[in-house]
Design a protein around this ligand. Sequence first.
Ligand SMILES: [Fe+2]
Ligand SMILES: [Fe+2]
Length: 367
Amino acid sequence: MNASTEFTNPQQVKSPLRKHVVTETTEMAAETTLLDPRFYTTDFDEMDRIDVSPVRGEWDRLIAQMKSDPNKKHFKKTDAWDEIDWEGMEPELKKELIDFLVSSLTAEFSGCVLYKEMKRRGTNPDICELFSYMSRDEARHAGFINDALREAGIGVNLGFLTKAKKYTYFKPKFIYYATYLSEKIGYARYITIYRHLEKNPDKMIHPIFKWFEEWCNDEFSHGEAFALLMRTDPKLTSGYNKLWIKFFLVAVFSVMCVRDHQRPAFHKALGIDIDEYDREVLRVTSEISKQIFPLELDLENPRWEAGLVRLRAAFTDLDSAKRRGGIGGFFGKQVASLRVAKNFVGLYLLPAKKNVVPESSHLVPAY
Ligand SMILES: [Fe+2]
Ligand SMILES: [Fe+2]
């Protein structure tokens, strides 16, 4: 069986939206559960009213750097792009590698869709310029991953995805917290994998990882932009909004850990210990986020990791209850959902550490 027949689901052609056969990878990308990357929509008019004057100097520097487009030629295949033997790959690894690529593609494309929409709807030249550069970058990132999937005959239909995927509405401030963190955690993930493979080139299971070094600099800059947007209004990072910041820190960090543990074969093939990797990625992201957030999670607290283990177990049970179905599955789902909620609240209630935010949020990629 070749990869393209394996991932084709002809039953899906019935829907009016589906003029062509939709591959299973497109279905995977279109799914929106608690753990999948989401597509967002927001109050674009409110975002369009942002006045960047309070951070003008740093803003202009960042925009000039984005305009210079340092990665213009980066997302092209070169001789360094080795052939992948998809047919000969161990099935579990193949499944998890595809899951990793599809999930990364969905996250990249989610940014592209949101940023492009902001640029399309906006009238504020500062905001439109920023969002046009960021959507340009994310379109390249998503396109590059999709090329890798196409090689295996399982490319995602992005046009279809734009129409079929559910959109989650977030107020602009929630977009800032969530997107800032996903850009910075994206940077930390890509650079940690890249540095690991630099030391362990025999673990290069797919050539796409060779592109991660320059790639993650784009994510870093996008995070810098959201830090500046938040600095235009001090209310966004003070008062009761600190509770929301803590919520997003716990949500983004814990979801990453749960998702990573769902790919044991993938991490084993990369020679990555998932716990160590997650610890490092969270440490880096937490350190970076001190540029703008007035609090940081206490990742050293033993109750943090113990809570994550319980949260993961609850998600695993939720997953098996869903698959079991029937009355037993139904009750199993209710119980596991309660455990997910209880353990999430437990993580949220752990005391956070105060952080004194520096005068300037400016940082350079240093990992
Ligand atoms: Fe990206
Ligand atoms: Fe990004």
